[in-house]
Design a protein around this ligand. Structure first.
Ligand SMILES: Cc1cc2nc3c(=O)[nH]c(=O)nc-3n(C[C@H](O)[C@H](O)[C@H](O)COP(=O)(O)O)c2cc1C
Ligand SMILES: [Mn+2]
Length: 482
């Protein structure tokens, strides 16, 4: 496993996959793994250790790759920065987007092969992931659309159920793509979309940026890559897609049409219910010669990190605007990379952590629990955070509870989801959630030694190699006989 950090970001999926393969981080899976459950099961078992490459999954001629973004250190390496600089580098890119550069017609790799009138189910090796999933799902599809009002593009990843050769259903949570679709539907129009599968690592990461509407996330991809992202114009719409993507599905989200979608195993490790959802009609598929299909195993590290790192960068910037003493944040993996936020603060005033807690709840509705710790606690280590709660927190004094706020509709403990079936509850009543904040900081001033963390002088500096005798054996019988 490599620990060196390249100075330049990876701009290309295949170069990144080659890098993983060359450093023992890519497991090549022998033929025979079925698309139904087996591909996901193998990729899940390798999660966070090795990416998985299936040459002919289910006998399909198109290979599948999964898990190439499944460690924080790998993502930093793809960005060309040290892990400690990950959030700052992401934030710099999000604040300085680079306009894309259109490649001349006919030159985009993603359009080397064109399928008119395609059968998606036959053409693409789409896996079925979890036990109760309603069939095959595209889980790593970046959906690109234009705002019907302003024409500005948007990028998000949305789960897509493939239930016929030319028909798919999509989950649109209430963000930008949903807003575009509602506007198109109001006008009696379909919304053109492009679904990009097999994007490079940094474009995938850019798709998860938390930006105001009318900021094209492809421009953040360019900033992350350090060059304008080369894009190609779609063949059936004016949408621009990353020119080097492996596969592009062109289609339309149909106005006034809903079809059953789900159940589907989601990131909180529970299923979302079968409901009537928006429908995509497929018009055309283009791909590279010999394309690679990317699948993300739901709720595993690739899924959690892709969402959590851009969120952390945004949350850190948001908190630092009001609290310069905030030095780091982490969305814990146990909190599914979305719900539990740890904040490191150099506290200057009593009460300040409670202000930080309130500020964090305002930053994203998914956040359900905030723990604020002091500077001597590493927020990326859940054991240290628990230690701070165990030794610096008193529930009657340091706990903030807010009831009846907006939370995540995918959290099954929210009041509505736990009661009636989700499909019988109107969307605006779903996901009502309590918020909990824990101030696990010590007092600003305290009597000497009361809150001083125990350390042994010199422990960090000891060079164990120089102290341990490598060749010396010990006979403990001989020792005890003496
Ligand atoms: C693997 C993965 C799957 C996702 N699936 C969905 C989904 O099905 N529906 C959805 O609305 N958001 C989904 N998201 C979250 C959105 O892609 C993400 O919030 C995005 O930043 C939204 O973009 P927007 O702010 O431009 O609307 C998913 C994210 C990831 C990483
Ligand atoms: Mn957006």
């Amino acid at each position: 496993m490599t620990t060196s950090t390249p100075a330049t970001p990876y701009t290309d999926l295949r170069a990144w996959l080659n890098n993983l393969a060359a450093t023992g981080r890519m497991a090549v899976i022998r033929d025979g793994a079925a698309l139904e459950h087996e591909v996901a099961a193998i990729a899940k078992r390798l999660d966070g250790r090795q990416a998985a490459y299936f040459k002919q999954p289910g006998g399909h001629p198109m290979p599948v790759v999964s898990g190439f973004m499944s460690r924080r250190a790998w993502i930093a390496e793809a960005m060309g920065v040290p892990e400690s600089g990950l959030l700052a580098a992401y934030r710099r890119a999000a604040e300085a987007p680079l306009p894309c550069e259109e490649v001349p017609a006919g030159q985009a790799a993603c359009q080397q092969v064109v399928h008119r009138d395609p059968d998606v189910r036959a053409l693409l090796p789409v896996p079925t992931h979890s036990e109760h999933d309603n069939g095959p799902y595209i889980t790593a599809g970046m959906v690109i659309a234009r705002n019907p009002v302003t024409g500005v593009q948007n990028v998000s990843i949305n789960r897509i159920q493939v239930h016929a050769g030319d028909r798919m259903a999509i989950l649109l949570l209430p963000r930008h793509l949903h807003a575009f679709y509602k506007e198109a539907e109001k006008r009696g129009q379909d919304l053109s979309v492009a679904i990009v599968i097999g994007a490079d690592p940094l474009t995938l990461l850019a798709s998860q940026a938390i930006m105001p509407i009318d900021h094209d996330e492809l421009e953040i991809a360019g900033a992350l890559q350090g060059r304008p992202l080369p894009v190609a114009r779609c063949m059936t719409s004016d949408i621009h897609v990353p020119a080097d993507a492996e596969i592009v599905i062109e289609g339309r989200i149909l106005h006034d049409v809903r079809e059953a979608e789900g159940p589907f195993g989601e990131f909180p490790r529970y299923y979302s219910a079968r409901e009537q959802r928006e429908v995509i009609a497929v018009d055309l598929v283009t791909h590279r010669r010999d394309p690679v299909f990317h699948t993300i195993v739901p709720a595993e590290m690739e899924h959690l990190l892709l969402g959590s790192i851009p969120r952390e960068a945004t949350l850190l910037a948001h908190l630092q605007r009001s609290f310069p003493g905030v030095s780091d944040v982490h969305l814990s993996i146990g909190g599914v990379g979305r719900y539990h936020l740890f904040v490191r603060l150099r506290k200057t005033h009593e009460g300040q952590p409670k202000n930080v807690i309130l500020c964090a709840f305002g930053a994203h509705y998914d956040i359900k629990q905030v723990v604020v710790v002091d500077e001597d606690v590493e927020v990326h280590d859940p054991r240290q955070v628990e230690w701070a709660v165990a030794t610096r927190f008193q529930a009657d004094r340091d706990l903030v509870v807010i009831s009846g706020a907006q939370g995540s509709v995918l959290d099954p403990s929210t009041t509505v989801a736990a009661g009636a079936g989700a499909d019988t509850v109107p969307a605006h009543l779903q996901g009502i959630s309590a918020k909990m904040g824990l101030d696990a900081t010590r007092p600003v001033s305290y009597h000497e030694h009361v809150f001083t963390k125990v350390r042994i002088p010199g422990e960090e500096e000891i060079d164990l190699g120089s102290w341990i005798e490598t060749d010396a054996g010990v006979d403990f019988n001989a020792v005890s006989d003496r």
